[in-house]
Design a protein. Structure first.
Length: 702
């Protein structure tokens, strides 16, 4: 066994492959005819294909049952479609047995493509097909859980000791938007207007909506990331984080920690981690400002030694990382700054971690899970830790944190195996969401950000309610089917028991059969007489039912009939059982002993018939017991849905009143007057021009 992450040379003599952080191998390419559908990305990475090929060899040649072990704290990073890749690694045989090894077949079984109107860069709407929802989720999870052991963080607390988070969850530190930030939002609004007014496809070098969002996210941290000459703003996110770091540094200056052997470390003081994917040292050349350098310089100015602060990006080799983690655990380094990519996984520096700071919000739920997994981790010697997320009011920060939490909630529910969830929306972001985010960001109006969040939440809740309705309909169908099955099985069981009671023994020398009024004690003579009787009826093209004889207490009948045009003639033989005609496949060319053997096989099959219907009845009774408690259950989130609908209606009414009031005040004679307005609603700034029509379009897009 070897770990593919650390092995210098792939050892093909190994008995298996162990892959830690297997989410890094999630991009496995596949063939599909659905490539034009949004939400489906068939392109893969070379490292994923490399693992797939090597694992096929090990599973086929070395260890078919346990040749591959995948381990991850976040097996699903962003979309349930990644489950298909996990199944290809671990359950390819099972997929082939069900004819689901092809992605298109898998997607047809577990996915739903839906047409949606999507806002294009030209500002017009276009109908696009999107992989929007996952269906038959319980059946999918049942397949996956056959090879996947899942321990959620809540389960892990019962197994290992991990610190609790102060307040039960991360604390959002809200920082006010400055006048300069609001003015920059006017610049973003102008860029969005230009993008919407552009005709045709964007060309290389053209501004795109993702660039607007990206610049808005940078500006929410510190305006110097978009305007390098801008002065420092003491109340922004980056400085709020610095204040918290310095406070915790002082509060924990005397805290002591123990080595693995139980002895005290010489150096006191807690450690802290800071995550920021934006404003890294590498981006300073492009942006003219570095979040990392500013945090370090400010902390040094407040008395923290520069040697106690480290950037994760400066430690690239495995040996360097190991020494850095030892230094953090020993208190030599007490503030470690890094990105999700460099510090999100493979970091065991938790011994004295007291606080973790999110300067920005990551895009993927798995990234957030991996970040916070650095501090909420076994062997952390704190009983309670602090996690802070920093958000600038009027920016996308709050909406991004809400979206991320929503994604994480759905993924967690599915991984837990919640069988009440039959349908789950794909948590990937659509182009329309990007435009709504950008519009809300550029407006600077917190209410538009709230509206964008409410709209997304309501879409999710309404889909959940529709899925709940479908589930209730399905439950009623399952209950009705089960009740019918129980009644039919009970009737057949009673009839079969009666057949068993009157069945006579025919095995060995006890065989006897009556054919055409004559009794036969030998099988060959009985078979010859039976076939002769069949041939006679067929030769006469007999129509109707005729009794041929009797065996083991049951009459044997012949039934003949012609087609409507009388051009074709057919016949069949059957044993008359209690409430049932059991077909017997005997033809003129069957053979004498073969005909009797088929009769005796049918007679001996009564016991199997009884066992079959008893099992069928028991399974139906279990289904009744399973489904009855779920019948009539109310929609779990009905109250939340009602509250959010009321909240959105009130917000829409408020925005509509303001819009109508603005139009009336700007044009008392009924003529539209195009006067400059402040997108943030706090006074016009230089270069900030929007019209009531612009506001209306922003409200509609959001």
């Amino acid at each position: 066994m070897y770990d593919i992450e650390v092995a210098d040379n792939h050892n093909f003599f190994a008995s298996g492959i162990l892959v830690s952080n297997c989410q890094e191998f999630r991009k496995l390419s596949y063939g599909t005819n659905m490539g034009s559908i949004k939400g489906i990305d068939a392109e893969g990475s070379q490292r994923s294909w490399d693992l797939y090929v090597k694992s096929r060899y090990v599973l086929a040649e070395k260890n078919p049952t346990r040749g591959l072990i995948l381990a991850s704290g976040t097996p699903v990073t962003n979309t349930l479609g990644e489950v298909f890749t996990i199944q290809r690694y671990m359950q390819e045989g099972g997929l082939r047995e069900r004819d689901l090894h092809n992605f298109d077949a898998w997607a047809a079984m577990f996915g739903e493509v839906r047409a949606e109107l999507e806002l294009q860069p030209s500002g017009k709407y276009k109908s696009v097909a999107r992989f929007a929802e996952f269906t038959n989720v319980p059946e999918l999870i049942q397949m996956v859980r056959s090879f996947m052991d899942v321990l959620m963080p809540s389960d892990l607390r019962d197994v290992v000791a991990v610190p609790r988070v102060r307040g039960g969850r991360r604390e959002i530190v809200r920082c006010p938007a400055t006048d300069a930030f609001k003015a920059y939002q006017g610049t973003l609004a102008a860029r969005i207007t230009a993008i919407e007014g552009r005709t045709g496809k964007p060309r290389k070098g053209d501004d795109i909506i993702l660039s607007v969002i990206n610049d808005g996210r940078h500006a929410a941290i510190d305006l110097r990331l978009v305007e390098p000459d801008h002065p420092n703003e003491p109340g922004n996110k980056i400085n709020a984080c610095i204040d918290n770091i310095a406070r915790i540094w002082e509060e924990t200056a005397d805290a002591r920690y123990r080595r693995p052997d139980g002895a005290l470390y010489e150096t006191p003081g807690a450690a802290q981690m800071v995550f920021s994917d934006l404003g890294t040292p590498a981006a300073e050349a492009k942006r003219g400002f570095s979040v990392y350098h500013w945090i370090r310089d400010e902390l040094v100015a407040r008395g923290i030694p520069a040697s106690h602060i480290a950037f994760m990006q400066n430690f690239k080799k495995s040996e360097q990382k190991v020494k850095l983690f030892e230094a953090v655990n020993a208190g030599v380094v007490r503030v470690l700054i890094g990105s999700t990519q460099t510090m999100g996984t493979g970091v065991n520096a938790q011994t004295r971690l007291r606080a973790l700071h999110h300067i920005d919000c990551p895009w993927l739920p798995s990234d957030l899970e991996q970040r916070e997994g650095r501090i909420v981790r076994q062997k952390n010697q704190h009983e309670e830790v602090e996690i802070y997320a920093y958000a600038t009011l009027g920016s996308l920060d709050a909406a991004m944190w809400q979206t991320l939490e929503r994604k994480a909630t759905f993924i967690e529910a599915v991984l837990k195996g919640d069988t009440s969830i039959r349908r789950v929306e794909d948590v990937g972001e659509s182009q329309s969401n990007q435009f709504a985010m950008a519009k809300a960001l550029a407006s600077g109006d917190e209410r538009l950000l709230t509206k964008a969040g409410l709209t997304g939440d309501l879409a999710r809740l309404r889909r959940l309610k529709a899925a709940h309705f479908d589930d209730q309909v399905a439950i009623r169908g399952h209950l009705a089917d089960a009740e019918v099955t129980i009644r039919q099985a009970a009737r057949r069981i009673t009839a079969i028991e009666a057949d068993l009671a009157r069945r006579e023994e025919t095995r060995g020398d006890k065989f006897h059969m009556e054919v055409a009024g004559a009794t036969h004690d030998e099988r060959r003579s009985a078979g010859a007489a039976l076939i002769a009787s069949v041939e006679r009826h067929v030769g006469e093209r007999y129509h109707g039912i005729a009794r041929l004889g009797r065996v083991a207490g049951f009459d044997l009948y012949f039934r003949g009939a012609s087609s409507v045009t009388a051009t074709r003639y057919g016949y069949e033989l059957f044993l008359q059982r209690t409430d049932y005609e059991q077909p017997i496949d005997i033809r003129a060319d069957t053979g004498e002993l073969g005909a009797i053997a088929r009769l005796e096989n049918a007679l001996s099959g009564f016991d199997k018939n009884l066992a079959h219907y008893e099992l069928e009845r028991a399974q139906a009774e279990r289904r009744l017991a399973d489904f009855h408690p779920r019948l009539g259950q109310p929609f779990e989130f009905d109250r939340e849905l009602t509250e959010k609908e009321a909240e959105l209606a009130a917000l829409d009414a408020e925005l509509t009143r303001e819009e109508c009031g603005d139009e009336a005040s700007s044009a008392p004679d009924g003529t539209a007057a195009h006067t400059p307005t402040d997108p943030a609603g706090a006074g016009a700034g230089e270069g900030e021009v929007s019209t009531p029509n612009d506001d209306a379009s922003e409200h509609q897009a959001a």
